[in-house]
Structures are given as C-alpha cells and as structure tokens.
Design a protein around this ligand. Structure first.
Ligand code: GDP
Length: 305
C-alpha cells in the first residue's frame, strides 16, 4: 500500500497539486473552473466524470465559504474517491470449479488485451503472487502468434515455480488453452493462468479466437476471471480497446499497467465506467513485485499527493 502510494505519487501528484492550487485561489471564477476541468481532462478522467466532479466541487466549495488547505484536500479526496470507487468487488477470483462430470477443476483466469500492454508480464507477476500465497499454478502460453511470448512466459514460470504449457508457434491458441487447463486438472493445480494473443487490427479474427479460447476452456469447467490488461499510458486509446474486447468476451476485471510511467491515472475512472467492471490490479513497473491490488483510497491519495 505504501509502495503503491510512493510509486504513483512520483508521477501523479501533479494532478492533486494542480487542483488544490486552483481551488485555493481567492476568487474562483469561471476561468478557474475551466482550468480545473482542463486539469482533470488532461489526467484522462473522461468528459462525463469530469463534469460531474466539477459540479460537485463547485457546490461544495460554495457551501464551505472560506476554505483551509486541509478542508480542500478532504473535499477533493472524498469526491475523487466517490468516482474511483462506486463500490465494486475487486478480488481476483481463483476458486476451484466443478466440471460437467463432477470433478474438481482449478480456478481459471484468462488474461486478454492488445499486444504490448503487458499481458505476459502481468500473467507472470500474478503467478508469482499466487505461488507466494501457497497456490500451485499452471501457465498456458496461448499467445502463439508473438514469437517470443511463450518463451517469455516460460521464463516467468521458471522464475516463480509454475509449469508452462505451450504449443507450436503459430498453433491454435484455443488448443493450448485447453491443454493448459487439462494439465492443471491432471496435476491437481489450484489455478491455471492463460496468456492469450491480442492483435487488434484483425478484429474479426480476434473475436473468433478469444471467443473460441473461452468456449474451449469451458469444456473443462467454469472460467473464474477474464482480466483485460490496459496500458495506462495510452490514455483514451485504452477505452477504445476496452470496448472492442468487451464485445468479444465478458470482462470480469481490469488490470491497468504502466501506472508508474504516467500522470494519467484518471483513466481508472474512465474505463471502470465504460465497462462497468472494476480495476482489480495495477502494474507499477517491470519487476516481479510490481503488481499490486488496486486500492481506491491509496490511489486517490497518490493522485492528490
Ligand atoms: P504483452 O505483449 O501484452 O504480453 O506485453 P509484455 O508483457 O511483453 O509487456 C510489454 C512491455 O511492457 C515489456 O517491456 C514489459 O516489461 C513492460 N511492462 C509491463 N507491465 C509494466 C508496468 O506495469 N510498468 C512498466 N513500466 N512496464 C511494464
């Protein structure tokens, strides 16, 4: 939690400082409120949430009359928190399921997203968290299109102590995913994490492929989570990607990566709204420990600085 705060704070408290500076001006005229709005938009909060937030802030500042820095900070914190956390289940579910013939199946997590967003890295880091928690993990390298993806995942697997199931390069992703869960069942593993391919330029292909991966895996038993990985530094582009993926599969949670490298943390609010799905994890760097549960309070504190 402390780490999340310091990591994010380094790049993001620009937002809080900017807003608190604006709000503590003697005269809050229209120009100042426009600046507040501009600052929030720059942070990728999105148009509708920004307008709502500005309206709430205007109202509350008016009621307050005189404003101490502490009062302003509390007010901003409360209003941002209400936007960031409308009350969502942020747990990553990995409970074992039951197959059609009554056998126990491991928890299954599909990790989806556009290439380059940090899918493979996130899968590896998540495996590490689970293994550290005493769970046995099997990795499925179903990104058979990016040449290095399976090697990269296997390296993570070796590092954290998880077996990696892979197929031939260019092979059928769904069959690798199927085999990975099969292996998980046979080994009596607790969780199977499947890294998938994401080539957004061929939307129909992606649709067919991801849909198929999920259907094929479900022949073994239920999928617990479909985590969509989004790169926070791509800002509003992430929203476009989110929409496309949400058309293909039911997304159950979001992972926002590279938050360490952006001041655009507002994207959390924008994507949660867009999909009605919570941000469950955040990526804060390239290292094995740089994956953290998303904690709204710590996040808002980091935003405000
Ligand atoms: P994939 O194509 O979606 O599987 O993406 P990769 O997992 O290969 O990640 C792409 C690049 O982003 C790699 O260089 C990763 O080390 C880097 N990366 C992933 N997550 C993070 C993060 O949270 N922060 C930073 N700074 N880099 C990240």
């Amino acid at each position: 939690l402390v780490r999340l705060r310091t990591r994010l704070a380094r790049s993001q408290n620009v937002l809080g400082k900017g807003l608190l500076g604006l709000l503590s001006r003697d005269h809050l005229d229209e120009d100042t409120w426009d600046e507040v709005e501009g600052t929030l938009l720059t942070a990728d909060l999105g148009v509708a949430p920004t307008q709502e937030l500005v309206a709430r802030l205007r109202e509350r500042v008016k009621v307050l009359g005189t404003r101490t820095p502490d009062e302003l900070r509390t007010l901003l914190r409360e209003e941002l928190l209400a936007l960031v956390d409308p009350g969502m289940d942020r747990e990553v579910h990995t409970e074992p399921g039951v197959s059609a013939d009554g056998a126990e199946v491991p928890g299954v997590v599909l990790v989806v997203g556009v290439n380059g967003t940090g899918k493979t890295t996130t899968t590896g880091k998540l495996a590490r968290v689970l293994v550290a928690d005493g769970r046995s993990v099997v990795l499925g390298a179903a990104d058979t299109f990016r040449a290095a993806a399976a090697d990269q995942l296997q390296t993570w697997g070796e590092r954290v102590g998880a077996r990696t199931v892979r197929g031939p390069e260019g092979g059928d992703p769904a069959s690798v995913a199927f085999d990975a869960v099969k292996e998980g069942i046979e080994e009596g593993a607790d969780v199977v994490l499947v890294d998938t391919a994401g080539r957004l330029h061929t939307k129909t292909g992606l649709m067919d492929e991801l849909g198929k991966v999920k259907r094929v895996v479900e022949k073994h038993g239920p999928v617990d989570e479909v985590l969509l990985v989004l790169d926070a530094t791509t800002g509003q582009n992430g929203l476009v990607q989110a929409r496309v993926f949400a058309e293909v599969v039911d997304i159950t949670g979001l992972v926002l990566t590279k938050l360490d490298g952006t001041a655009k943390g507002g994207i959390v609010v924008a994507v949660q709204r867009e999909l009605g799905v919570p941000v469950k994890l955040v990526g804060l760097g390239e290292g094995p420990d740089d994956l953290a549960p998303f904690e709204p309070e710590a996040f808002v504190d980091a935003l405000i600085g």
